[in-house]
Design a protein around this ligand. Structure first.
Ligand SMILES: Nc1ncnc2c1ncn2[C@@H]1O[C@H](COP(=O)(O)OP(=O)(O)OP(=O)(O)O)[C@@H](O)[C@H]1O
Ligand SMILES: O=C(O)[C@H](O)[C@@H](O)[C@H](O)[C@H](O)CO
Length: 205
């Protein structure tokens, strides 16, 4: 499967158990680009802290976000020969706060975000149902308290994850395509709009 190097790097974001890994993986497969789980980039210390039921703080997350940002900046692996344009990438990363997302975009300015939204009771039941995960369900409250939803001036969209995975992925692709269309309009010197129409951005709601 060939990667679409023209696509912006995508961060699938949200709280624990929102479905970042599941949706991110399926989205990457549909787009034909690489998938990377930012959970795999956590330090042993961060992982141990979460496993012990202690939420990470800004200082814990800073070096991790820089590692995730470096992945986004590289836009995924080069081809088998190690050269040519890098393929784009989908990264599953909580990116809970606005400053975290700004930090990622400082590394890779083209990055767009897909926020996964779910009712707390859906999150709780999914967190409790899964086994063998380092993140205890008790940390869900702190994740929800920390979350700063994607704002209207951030590039991205929000999708509800109450539906089956295939539907969530289809919704995400439609929303990303809408963002692409808006960006194209902004680039078209003959278009009616000189920049993105903020009212049309599928980010709020
Ligand atoms: N749309 C969906 N419908 C039903 N179950 C789902 C859906 N998306 C994810 N799940 C299930 O919910 C659980 C959490 O999903 P997943 O591990 O992908 O979330 P996550 O956001 O990556 O979590 P974490 O960041 O804590 O690793 C998993 O058991 C997964 O199979
Ligand atoms: O920012 C954070 O607190 C972390 O990234 C967490 O969100 C977990 O890594 C992830 O959700 C796994 O459960």
């Amino acid at each position: 499967m060939t990667g679409d190097a023209s696509r912006a790097p995508v961060v699938v974001m949200g709280v624990a158990a929102a479905g970042k890994s599941t949706v991110g993986q399926a989205l990457a497969a549909r787009l034909g680009v690489a998938f990377i789980d930012a959970d795999d980039l956590h330090s042993d210390a961060n992982r141990a802290k979460m496993s012990a039921g202690v939420p990470l703080d800004d200082d814990d997350r800073a070096p991790w976000l820089d590692a995730v940002g470096a992945v986004l900046a590289a836009r995924g692996p080069a081809d088998d020969e190690g050269d040519g344009p890098a393929a784009s990438v989908v990264v599953a990363c909580s990116a809970l706060r606005r400053p975290y997302r700004d930090r990622l975009r400082a590394h890779a300015p083209a990055t767009v975000f897909v926020q996964l939204d779910a009712a707390p009771e859906v999150l709780r039941s999914r967190a409790e149902a899964r086994t063998g995960h380092f993140m205890p369900p008790e940390l869900l409250d702190s994740q929800l308290a920390t979350l700063e939803p994607l704002a209207a001036d951030e590039p991205g969209c929000r999708v509800d994850v109450g539906a089956p995975v295939a539907e969530v992925v289809a919704d995400a692709i439609a929303a990303l395509d809408a963002l692409d269309g808006i960006a194209e309009l902004g680039r078209d010197p003959h278009g009616e709009s000189a920049g993105p129409d903020r009212d049309a951005l599928p980010v709020s709601g």
